[in-house]
Design a protein around this ligand. Structure first.
Ligand SMILES: O=c1[nH]c(=O)c2[nH]c(=O)[nH]c2[nH]1
Length: 310
């Protein structure tokens, strides 16, 4: 039994900048000004006291989902941190502190991305505008907290962070060979395909509080995980999407010892070759027809230890 509000879009200007994150070799991301901090938030609440609203039509304990929306919007103005996860933990905790009938809340959000735009710096070069941003539908940071109350205190039951909606194409140096060949097989083996994937990556911390970003050196920015995926894709000649996401997972666990788990949802969107008379690596490609393949994989630190032993 639960109810809540979703698609609560909130935009906060001049939020706290994210500074002091640890840098990694795969990424030039070292923080962001958060001049424009947007999120699409979802709030889901649970509690035995909501049963009469379902069973008897008695709304005495119901906080209207419209009020939940107002609560989220209002608290975006009071949040003094720099991360999606931090905001979700803050506003989720405030729900539990404000409304006794809420026993637990599941707060999640996708960050709405805005790109800095280059403008002349007056010295012959360019610098990012601090005023004008491009609205994008690029990949976005994701956060989720499931919070409950224990002895009157808010505790974290579950935490998940992520980056979703990555779309990457690698034009060559990907194969897909060696799979089962039987009477149902029509797909030709390919030593050098153009591989197009869409990818969501999720991670959980050993200590869920590290996801808040209050200690930036222990925080894992979605931008850095995105960059790891791109770099591993660039570097490795993989034999499948399965192979690729495993290699990305190892690198993420290696770079961020504060994470206990990383998981993937991949979709194969590889274009189809329409000509076999082109020179060299050149191809002409078209969209693939439905249906589409997917891969899901979850790994923890034991996978990293085993890979070191191989
Ligand atoms: O990377 C891939 N993994 C598969 O399992 C698969 N199956 C398929 O038809 N194409 C692909 N590509």
């Amino acid at each position: 039994m639960n109810y809540g509000k979703e698609h609560v879009n909130v935009y906060r200007t001049y939020a706290t900048p994210l500074e002091g994150v640890r840098e990694i070799p795969e990424s030039d991301f070292s923080g962001k000004p958060n001049t424009l901090f947007g999120m699409e938030v979802r709030a889901q609440v649970e509690g035995e006291e909501f049963l009469p609203s379902f069973r008897d039509g008695d709304n005495a304990k119901v906080v209207a989902t419209d009020s939940m929306k107002n609560f989220i919007l209002h608290h975006a103005g009071d949040y003094d941190g720099a991360t999606v996860e931090g905001f979700l933990h803050y506003v989720g905790s405030e729900f539990l502190r404000t409304y006794d009938q809420m026993e637990s809340v599941r707060m999640s959000a996708d960050q709405l991305a805005f790109d800095e735009r280059p403008v002349p710096d007056g010295d012959g070069g360019f610098e990012p505008s601090d005023l004008v941003f491009r609205v994008t539908d690029d990949e976005s940071a994701f956060g989720e907290f499931y919070l409950t109350r224990e002895d009157g205190e808010v505790v974290v039951e579950e935490q998940r962070s992520g980056v979703t909606g990555l779309e990457l194409v690698k034009v060559k140096d990907n194969s897909f060979v060696g799979y089962v060949q039987d009477e149902y097989t029509t797909l030709p083996e390919r030593e050098n395909r153009t591989l197009y994937i869409s990818l969501d990556i999720f991670w959980t911390y050993d200590e869920p509080e590290a996801a808040l970003g209050e200690d930036p050196a222990a925080y894992v920015p979605a931008e850095q995980v995105r960059d790891i995926a791109q770099v591993v894709f660039h570097e490795q000649n993989v034999n499948s999407i399965q192979d690729l996401i495993y290699q990305v997972g190892l690198r993420v666990l290696e770079r961020f010892p504060q994470l206990s788990r990383v998981s993937f949802e991949a979709n194969n969107r590889t274009w189809l070759n329409v000509r076999d008379d082109m020179d060299g690596d050149a191809k002409v490609l078209r969209e693939p027809p439905r249906p589409t393949g997917f891969q899901q994989f979850s790994m923890d630190r034991s996978d990293l230890e085993e890979s070191g032993e191989r």
